[in-house]
Design a binder for this molecule. Structure first.
Ligand code: ADP
Length: 371
């Protein structure tokens, strides 16, 4: 059995990384728990790869400390950090067999042949390539090649496995298959894993916890469930979920949230301006709801995404199991599921009142609202 430690937590303490005078990561503190699968998620250019490279030792910190399993590593060479990395471009040696590719780093490190063979066999077994050890990369599918790249990392018995967008070059079906495989792999080897991606589906499906990065700062670091259902900011709310959460300017007045033109939308005790967030799947057809005009409909088979215009001109997206054609042919009235409202501060974008937003709202039928 490969010796992976499932307890090597990664500590990031006051981590700063600047290029010349531009801070890409202006100061970051986080604890990545041992044995967990952490996904670093954010838009292109937010500093995900920079952060991963700092952990790997491929980039020097401008300030701060990194600990792995309690040991300070920021001054250590990458090879001494007991970690292994899987890249997007996982270039395998075309003239070597799968076994030789997987075992190459061990050979370079002077590991003796019998031990090497045993570790290669074990790594190949873990990625389910045991029957392919004598093939060359050209005789493998894209997914199998990716698995060789992962085995090449696993064989080094790392405490920490780092992945830099490893699935980005694969087609949609293979990405899905590899997601399932990676989740299974993580359960089998238990190494602390850090996975960088801009793909929220990968983050939601793979992560124990997701670190959402925005301009080098942590917006939220929590479970996929919490990130989806209790986003800490409009940035997180808009980044996670497809189609994205609706974010609407409202004003709380007299126990009601109202559009700019005064139309009441939902009961809520908030006073003053706010941004109301509601996911498209929480906008529901309701005979007593707000009249809505469908301006665009995308029929995705299992469900449709409708873009609606409300009487005050606000655009609202909803998903519905109704066929798009049916939806287009009728008058639509919609209401917002009061259990699923989110309120954000219009100045800072931060969530207001957290989860108790939900408990304090109750479903309101439009006909019963004071106008
Ligand atoms: P991400 O992985 O989230 O797409 P990166 O970590 O690659 O983002 O880059 C974050 C920012 O740092 C970007 O603005 C990028 O241009 C900048 N950057 C990355 N590497 C360098 C470098 N070697 N020199 C200068 N700027 C860099």
């Amino acid at each position: 059995m490969l010796e992976t430690s499932s307890t090597a937590a990664i500590g990031l303490h006051g981590l700063v990384k600047s290029y010349r005078d531009t801070p890409v990561i202006p100061g970051l503190d986080a604890e990545l728990r041992g044995g967990e699968f952490t996904v670093i998620l954010g838009p292109s250019g937010c500093g995900k790869s920079t952060l991963l490279n700092c952990i790997a030792g491929l980039e020097r910190l401008s300030a701060g400390r990194i600990t792995i399993g309690g040991r300070e590593v920021q001054e250590e060479e990458p090879k001494n950090r007991r970690l292994a990395m899987v890249f997007q471009n996982y270039a395998l040696y075309p003239h070597m067999t799968v076994a030789e590719n997987i075992g190459y780093a061990l050979k370079v490190a002077g590991v003796k042949k019998p031990e090497r063979a045993a570790r290669v066999a074990e790594a190949a077994r873990i990625v389910e390539l045991g029957d392919y050890l004598n093939r060359r990369p050209g005789q493998l599918s894209g997914g199998q090649r990716q698995r060789v790249a992962i085995a090449r990392a696993v064989v080094r018995e790392p405490q920490v496995l780092l992945y830099d967008e490893p699935l980005s070059n694969l087609d949609a079906k293979l990405r899905h298959d590899m997601r399932v495989e990676l989740a299974g792999l993580h359960r089998r080897i238990g190494a602390t894993s850090v996975f960088v991606t801009h793909d929220q589906v990968e983050a939601m499906t793979l992560a124990d916890r997701i670190m959402v990065l925005n301009k080098g700062k942590i917006e939220q670091f929590d479970t996929p469930e919490a990130i989806y259902h209790r986003p800490a900011s409009t940035f997180v709310a808009g980044f996670i979920g497809s189609p994205a959460m609706n974010l609407i300017d409202v004003t709380g007045e007299g126990g009601m949230l109202r559009f700019a033109n005064g139309t009441a939308l939902a009961a809520h005790p908030h006073q003053g301006p706010a941004i109301l967030g509601i996911r498209p799947e929480q906008v529901v057809p309701s005979p007593e709801g707000v009249p809505a005009q469908v301006t665009y409909a995308e029929d995705l088979g299992a469900y449709a995404v409708l873009t609606l215009r409300l009487p005050d001109g606000t655009a609202l997206r909803m998903t519905t199991a109704l066929g798009a054609r049916n939806a287009l042919s009728g008058d639509l009235r919609v209401s917002l599921n009061a259990e699923a409202l989110h309120l954000f501060d219009p100045l800072t974008g931060m969530a207001l009142s957290g989860s108790d937003t939900h408990s304090r709202t109750k479903k309101v039928q439009h006909d019963h609202l004071p106008s």
